[in-house]
Design a protein around this ligand. Sequence first.
Ligand code: F6P
Length: 459
Amino acid sequence: MKRIGILTAGGDTPALNATIEGAVERANKARVEVYGIIKGFSGLLNHEVPHVHLNPLFQKIPELDATMGGTILGASRDYVDGDDLETIARVAHRLKRLDIDGLICVGGDGTLNGMQPLSNFLPTVLAPKTIDNDLGLNYPDEPNEYAREPDAGPRGYRYKKRPNREFGLDEMVNYVTPGYATAVYVSSLSVQRIRTTAESHRRIAIIEVMGRDCGMIALGTAYGQPDVILVPESPVDPGPLVEKVISVLDVQKHAVICVSEGITDVDGDILGSKVATHDPAGNVQYTGAAEAVKRLLAEEIGDAYFTRQRRNESANAAIFVRKIGHTQRGGRPIQFDRFFGSQLGGKAVELLLDGYHNCVATLQSRDGGFQLDSMDANKLRDRWGVIHARPLPVAFYDPKRFQPSHQGVEYFRSMFTNALGAEDVECIRSIFDTGNLAHPYDSVNVHMHKRIRRLPPEG
Ligand code: F6P
């Protein structure tokens, strides 16, 4: 293998540059060239395939810095449609013209689906990333638990999963994805910060975090000590929720609730709403979960409670909502993500060099630590060939306490105990660097643009 391609697809995470750097460093050792494709699969759908040589003379370009969030290659939510054989053939031809012998896609489940059709033409490996931490399996036989049931929607069916069986943490396939730890770090800090103002003003703060249908980010936010955590995998039952919130208010005079954007009611319907996106992977955007919980609490607890407790302030004034939003997806990755993102990037190159094909580099839990491994991409698919987002195992959540269960705590412990490095703490000081006032932001896009090359027209 002389030259490999690498692209970053789907929503970004803070660990992408670390993953690319790990891949480039490993390729340098093997004297393999690495071409970065600009803007994910969108770069391959463009007949000029904008690309950057990431390691001229087998040295990484200076723009590639594992401590920077985002991706120097750019990302998009475009995917190659597996049924569009003409486009797939064209993309394969372009990769051939670029002399690319193997392709690394850094992404999540959507990216893996996008990679699949290309794997018929050249060796492909997925290096995982997603802040949602939903790429992987809770145990190897989990894809067999999906069944199709009739549905009034356009497809005519929907997927229903049997409840998780009991499993040990060592059974998890791909324990954690790079980007998740930083997202949890940001959301936990946000909860801590919002807490004290809610406490002073005797308010209820409802904080919404990302994750789509997976409650991993919300549950990890337990590190910020919210009083209540709501996750999509445990439908919201108004009775116990209100009871819990009132009991917290009675003692603390304020409460902090962390809600995952994809929470549902007891009928399984999204509490907020879904907005269609232009995402060809079929992803929808969730919005309004925290607002919906605010409405629910205001109605169920009633104004009288608040006016009595808060000298005539209404429920509406007593409850406020904050969405952490893209803050949890941006900025400097913490040490855990830098280290393992880079390891997985290196592993992806090794897999290509060792002749693996259509597989996924994974991070496994072993004896309280982590170990790199790989799996055939097909093992993530159900019997219809679909890759489902890994749900938060219900066993990780205690719905009575609205907190992580004992097993949930065990799951987080090995990941987060040493997740922050000394330089993560030191770098906070750089915010008040006087140079920040004197100089405008120096965007990496400006520098990368100068390096972009394109395929010449054919013939
Ligand atoms: O999948 C990652 C993620 O950050 C989700 O948690 C979130 O719902 C979605 O992407 C947001 O996507 P976008 O940045 O396209 O709005």
